[in-house]
Design a protein around this ligand. Sequence first.
Ligand code: GLN
Length: 231
Amino acid sequence: TPVQAAEKTYTIGTDVTYPPFEFANKSNQYIGIDMDLMNAVAKIEGFKVNIKPLGFNAAVQSLESGQIDGVIAGMTITPERQAKFDFSTPYYKTGVIMAVAKNSDITSLSQLRGKRVALKTGTAGATYANSLKDKYGFTTVTFDDSNNMYQDVTTGNSVACFEDQPVMQYGIQQGLGLKIATKPANNGYYGFAVKKNANQALLKKFNAGFKKLKANGTYDKIVKKYVGANS
Ligand code: GLN
């Protein structure tokens, strides 16, 4: 009898919690747009994934040092990152917004002077905020995950944070005590990443799988499951 080749397993790093893209459900399973997409791609392309919720910055660092095979974590495709990583076909539109406490009267960057702002280490939001820091005269404090960053704002330690628009929009719908204060900036797209010039086979499989899932409606179904018609 012919022996079937065992499916290859890839180790994929992700954020600890970044709804609606990755988060744990009540039975502690990892779900969300990124997780469902990754699992669907693996299934259709015939490979297995070992998902590691490392946190965003740690996942990106682990990918750069070659400890993991790929990252899917609501990761924005940026020119700086493209020097270190190869990205898949873009799959979701994003942009950076400033969020403030629900009852805050801050509506613009110019109201941040002398105030403290919460950022998430290694993110596009942090890069954007750091580029405005001198001009608008605010100080920053950094956190490794989004929840702790949000909490610093809801408790009043910081007056604002910078987050991706689709993530903040979802969080607000889920009852996060924050509101969006600015229009999306540095707009771009999320992509699945592998280390530059390494793991081209995995990248090819991801793109091939994504193409099929787009064509057969599975991708749109996944998105609708989490964000309804709001995408
Ligand atoms: N999209 C943002 C980035 O790529 C944030 C990602 C995240 O926090 N998981 O930097």
